[in-house]
Design a protein around this ligand. Structure first.
Ligand code: XMP
Length: 399
């Protein structure tokens, strides 16, 4: 019979003694194999056999007059009573509760986390470092499709500043060799996703004493997987034979709350306020077959765009902005010589749900400045175009 995860929300728990009593009462229910009780978080998380009825769990708690059971679910439902985290104080309270729960869940076990440097995995890493320190091992796979400076920032923040156990894998050649000559967008995505899982699994297999897998699942992932919009995913995939228990401390939070928690944990602003970045990275912004020189061009253009947006105060205001370097060339003149180079396309959009997007319009002087920097600083680019198309009909990304 399959295991089932249940979360019981309990009001009024205030001391360690209460925790022990509630834990013992729930563990006594037949079919319950694991109970983690936290008075800080006011909840009990259980692993139990599929057939354990809600009534049996309620009955186990009925002897405690001072604790009120306010709800029970599979741990993937955000309780109505849960306040939206908008302030540093709320974030600190959440961090305290989660650190307590994580320490209880993990004990002296080892946790593995795929750390991409995105907001969600970074916040989970920082929470886990606070809770269990060196028991966490982070793996950062650089697939060669990262933006400029991203892998360096992961190493700087997590290894140097927070003292994390970080395994850095530069798999650039491996990914780019596999992608060479592949122009079909779906194939490119499949290769990137598949290779990521392979690299991660190979590294994970070299470790021992790992019982848990950290994941940066957030509430929209759960809602969308329930609605069948997308498969519930965050890391490339769980190595099946490793039988690891999931650790998902931000799974009931919305993105804006994850950012507030990240700031309260001391992560740098540009990391917590990072714009969305697709898993296949710059690979989808280098449409067609990826070549190293064109990938380098898109990375340099993107770095200039981000730098200029930050200088102009647009970085936190515009939802997503990036560059694309398509696989066609046009004629030009540079330093009196004929060129035959790529164009750089700039796309900057605003949205709330990404189902529909509008475009950000630029001041003419700002456009001139961007164009000038890109054509003079980026090798291989002789033209800059601006994509002013909303979604629909155009998707945000080009592939
Ligand atoms: P589209 O192109 O579908 O993009 O309009 C909507 C949003 O999703 C992001 N995106 C991805 N995010 N993995 C991700 O994690 C992906 O494969 C992926 N493809 C698109 C895109 O950047 C935009 O914010």
């Amino acid at each position: 019979m399959a295991d089932k995860n249940r979360t019981l929300y309990i009001e009024g728990m205030g001391c360690v003694k209460c925790e022990a009593k509630v834990k013992a009462a729930l563990e006594a229910v037949e079919g319950v194999s694991k109970v983690i009780v936290s008075c800080k978080a006011g909840q009990a998380n259980l692993v139990c056999a599929e057939e354990v009825a809600d009534e049996a769990l309620t009955a186990a708690l009925s002897g405690f007059d001072s604790y009120k059971l306010t709800g029970m679910d599979d741990g993937n439902v955000r309780p109505e009573s849960m306040e939206r985290i908008t302030t540093k104080e709320q974030a600190q309270k959440f961090i305290e509760e989660q650190v307590d729960l994580l320490q209880k869940q993990i004990g002296d076990g080892g946790v593995l986390l795929a750390l991409s440097g995105g907001v969600d995995s970074s916040v989970v890493a920082a929470l886990l470092i606070k809770a269990i320190g060196k028991q966490l091992t982070c793996i950062h796979v650089n697939h060669g499709l990262m933006r400029k400076g991203e892998s360096e920032q992961v190493i700087d923040v997590f290894e140097k500043q927070l003292g994390a156990n970080l395994i850095y894998i530069d798999a650039t050649d491996r990914f780019l060799d596999k992608l060479a000559g592949v122009s079909d967008p779906e194939n490119k995505r499949k290769i990137i996703g598949g290779e990521f899982i392979d690299v991660f699994d190979e590294e994970a297999a070299k470790l021992s004493g790992i019982g848990f897998l950290g994941q940066g699942t957030i509430y929209p992932d759960i809602l969308e997987s329930k609605d069948g919009i997308k498969a519930h995913h965050n890391v490339g995939g769980l190595p099946e034979e490793m039988k690891m228990e999931l650790v998902e401390p931000v799974k009931l939070l919305f993105k804006d709350e994850v950012r507030v928690v990240g700031s309260a944990l001391g992560l740098p602003d540009d990391m917590v306020n990072r714009q969305p970045f697709p898993g296949p990275g710059l690979g989808v912004r280098c449409p067609g077959a990826i070549t190293r020189d064109r990938l380098n061009a898109v990375r340099e253009c993107d770095a200039i765009l981000r730098e200029e947006f930050a200088k102009k105060g647009l970085a936190g205001k515009v939802w997503q902005y990036f560059t694309v370097v398509p696989d066609f060339k046009s004629t030009g003149i540079k330093n009196g010589k004929r060129t035959f180079d790529w164009p750089c396309i700039i796309r900057a959009i605003n949205t709330t749900d990404v189902m529909e997007v509008t475009v950000e319009h630029f001041e003419p002087e700002f456009i001139d400045h961007l164009v000038n920097r890109i054509i003079t600083e980026v090798p291989g680019i002789n033209r800059v175009l601006i994509d002013y198309t909303p979604k629909p009909p155009a998707t945000v990304e080009y592939e």
